[in-house]
Design a protein around this ligand. Structure first.
Ligand code: KIV
Length: 280
């Protein structure tokens, strides 16, 4: 059965944690879906982990649609959310609705995510009014990395923390179906999770959020960018992959691969005929 907004909300009410992982391709998304991950996020982090940029700001609508389609084809149960990329919604409410619509129609996902709180009240309200579910992303907002001056914990002093609480209340009021809380103190995330009736999904926001999200390359140690304090490596898949690629190169060079078990046979008479025709 496909996860729905109602199911996610029910999880919060029943204090059952929601699981979310980023996904960008069919094969990985299918493995996650089959593992029971509740939500897949086609994050604009794909700019770094899939496309090799040093931030998310270069990611385009076309990139997001391309990867969303692949993930959507794999997700039989998981609820799929896609990021609105930098400058696809900041420019106007009109652009926000139009591009959110493109992600839903062309990307075939169930919801869009945008970074912003009080300042994006109208954007969230109007996208929601167009019947498109919105997940809001507050706290550390990677698309604002240039303005923030780096990836830092947000909400450590009173004014900043209050502003994040007000962001959470505003996006709920605007109609957001969930809130991603990135890189904020755990106690602040706990307070916000108690104040809002929609699920909070934390990343670097402590255990008291209603759910958790991680970038999958981080939790599998596949990406060698700067590792954040909040990342846990669940399996050293990056090392396993490197070892497998090294072994492959060695076996090909030493003619240990392929062996006869990997070959297809041809009738001897056919070969003899070919040889007499071409080798004489
Ligand atoms: O783009 C992304 O992967 C995200 C997560 C960090 C939540 O927004």
């Amino acid at each position: 059965m496909k996860n729905t907004i109602a199911i996610l909300k029910e999880r919060k009410q029943n204090r059952q944690k929601i699981t979310m992982l980023t996904a960008y391709d069919y094969t990985t998304a299918k493995l996650m879906d089959e593992s029971g991950v509740d939500c897949l996020l086609v994050g604009d982090s794909l700019g770094m982990v899939m496309l090799g940029y040093d931030s998310t700001v270069s990611v385009t609508m076309e990139d997001m649609i391309h990867h969303s389609k692949a993930v959507a084809r794999a997700a039989k149960s998981a609820f799929v959310v896609t990021d609105l990329p930098f400058m696809s919604y900041q420019t106007s409410v009109y652009d926000a609705v139009l591009n959110a619509g493109r992600l839903i129609k062309e990307g075939q996902v169930q919801a869009v995510k945008l970074e912003g709180g009080q300042a994006f009240f109208e954007h969230i309200k109007m996208i929601t009014q167009a019947s498109i579910p919105v997940v809001a992303h507050i706290g550390l907002m990677p698309q604002s990395v240039l303005a923030l001056g780096g990836y830092k914990v947000q909400g450590k002093d009173y004014q900043e923390a209050k502003n994040i609480v007000l962001d959470a209340l505003a996006v709920e009021q605007a109609g957001a179906i969930a809130i991603v809380l990135e890189c904020v103190p755990a106690d602040l995330a706990k307070l916000i999770s108690q104040l809002v009736s929609i699920p909070t999904i934390g990343i670097g926001a402590g255990v008291n959020c209603d759910g958790q999200v991680l970038v999958y390359q981080d939790m599998l140690s596949m990406y060698d960018g700067v590792a954040s304090k909040f990342v846990k490596s669940f399996a050293p898949i990056g090392n396993h992959m490197k070892q497998a690629f090294t072994d492959y190169c060695q076996e090909v060079k030493q003619q240990q691969f392929p062996t006869s078990t990997h070959e297809f046979a041809i009738d001897g008479e056919v070969m003899n005929k070919l040889k007499s025709e071409f080798q004489s």
